[in-house]
Ligand binder design. Structure first.
Ligand code: ARG
Length: 467
């Protein structure tokens, strides 16, 4: 049943239907569409458009449809309807006849789709939030399992300074906390209700837009009908949030792929998240991590695609905007999968603490400690830096670590160096010297870890309360 047949003398071509129909993908919003329709029927009743009986019949039929939708029992594939809105309306008319034909009074698919999609995004914000919390939990658990472990810290992928493994975990926790707050910001900004905006200019029927908004869990109605039907900022923000978070997951994946390499050998991944090679029997490949990195492409692409789709559109609704859904649905799906698999990978990892320690101690990563030590002996840092550099050169020449150079050799480079330099050059010393807020010392990292564990508990508790 086309919703707009009256003005047409012949039907749509099959190619037109292929380009125009959105039911193959907007079916995911069936439940939201029905929810919006129930509220709209109540608003129409209060506005004097529907009798109590009509509204009750509509609501009962819609509730039945919703139960079918939630149980996955609606047969979309057998339908030739254009989109989810016409699908639901046709189903209603089939059940109720003329009463079903009254529901669309004062409403347009333009304010309808804008409302449905906001409801859909809002529901996914809630589930994605708990997926992100799941990764935070896995990072904190990994940190807790290896509180003593020290790994090399890198800049330019060159060993720079040793850090606690837990400090590395907590760096990703910070990123994911920002992703959570981006989701919260998105929800706060998008939680306005377009229903009642009609096709573009508002509706002539005196519906209570505040009551509709309230009933559907929005903070308020959208304030301008033109903007309400043509705004897709909330989809863009969702895509940006997904993209940024995918970028974080990709960096996490990249670090772990490197740590897992034969060259580094810092960690092993579980069999459940790796795969073998069809040719080389010895291989155990980090496919889950590679896909976390690889799937960024399509998510970033969807953000870019929608930005381009929206940039030239005149007010108000244009069919171009139907292109907002497939990319967003896919991005949400991929982000969800990647967050879940990130948790699984982190839960499965085994750190080779001994190997990490040896690597952290190599590469002259205690050279900064020597420069700092010289500062303590009254030498300006810049001069100390130069002396430490010459000591490194000497050690390279000898083929040994700085701490393996005899005192006489150290003193030939700088006579301020004494026996008390050796404890300073020990691995733990340098790490634990960084006992400053945000630093990598055992004390700071432990404190940060417990703070994060506590706020995660609080967060999960409040989620439990919300049910
Ligand atoms: N399927 C459409 C979409 O997703 C619904 C809105 C159609 N509005 C219209 N005037 N053709 O954008």
């Amino acid at each position: 049943m086309a919703l707009w047949g009256g003005r047409f003398e012949s039907g749509a071509s099959s190619m037109f239907k292929q380009v125009n129909d959105s039911l193959p993908f907007d079916r995911v919003m069936a439940s939201q569409d029905i929810q919006g329709s129930i509220s709209w029927s109540r608003a129409l009743h209060k506005a004097g458009v529907l009798t109590v009986d009509e509204q009750q019949q509509l609501e009962a039929a819609l509730s039945e449809l919703k139960a079918q939708a939630d149980a996955g029992e609606l047969d979309f594939d057998a339908s030739s309807e254009e989109d989810i809105h016409s699908f639901v309306e046709a189903a209603l008319i089939e059940k109720l006849g003329d009463i079903g034909r009254k529901l669309h009074t004062g409403r347009s698919r333009n304010d309808q789709v804008a409302t449905d999609f906001r409801l859909w995004v809002r529901e996914h914000i809630a589930s994605l939030r708990s997926d992100v919390l799941g990764v935070i939990k896995s990072l904190l658990n990994a940190a807790s399992r290896h509180q003593e472990a020290i790994i090399p810290g890198y800049t330019h992928l060159q060993r720079a300074q040793p850090i606690h493994f837990a400090h590395w975990c907590l760096a990703y926790v910070e990123m994911l906390k920002r992703d959570l707050s981006r989701l919260d910001d998105l929800k706060a900004r998008m939680n306005q209700c377009p229903l009642g905006s009609g096709a573009l200019a508002g509706t002539t029927f005196p519906v209570d837009r505040h009551a509709i908004a309230d009933e559907l869990g929005f903070d308020s109605p959208c304030l301008n009908s033109l903007d309400a039907v043509s705004d897709r900022d909330f989809v863009l923000e969702l895509l940006f949030t997904a993209s940024t978070s995918m970028m974080h997951l990709s960096r996490l994946a990249e670090d772990m792929i490197f740590y897992n390499s034969g060259e580094a050998g810092f960690l092993q991944l579980g069999d459940s998240v790796t795969s073998g090679s069809s040719l080389m029997p010895q291989k155990k490949n980090p496919d889950a991590l590679e896909l976390m990195r690889g799937k960024c492409g399509r998510v970033f692409g969807s953000l870019q695609a929608l930005l381009v789709t929206m940039k030239g559109l005149p007010l108000a609704y244009n069919k171009d905007m139907q292109e907002d859904k497939e990319g967003a649905i896919d991005a949400v799906n991929q982000w969800h999968i990647c967050l879940c698999i990130a948790s699984e990978v982190l839960d499965s990892l085994q750190l080779n603490e001994e190997r990490c320690r040896i690597a952290a101690a190599q590469g002259y990563s205690n050279a900064t400690e020597l420069a700092d030590y010289l500062v303590g002996k009254g030498i300006p840092f810049r001069t100390g830096h130069d002396i430490a550099g010459r000591v490194v050169l000497q050690a390279i020449d000898n083929g040994c670590a700085i701490e393996d150079l005899p005192l006489s050799q150290l003193q030939s480079i700088c006579d301020k160096i004494e026996d008390d330099v050796y404890p300073v050059l020990q691995l733990e010393f340098g790490v634990n010297q960084r006992n400053i807020l945000g630093g990598t010392s055992k004390e700071t990292v432990t404190k940060a870890l417990y703070q994060e564990l506590e706020s995660l508990d609080q967060e999960l508790e409040s989620l439990d309360k919300q049910g």
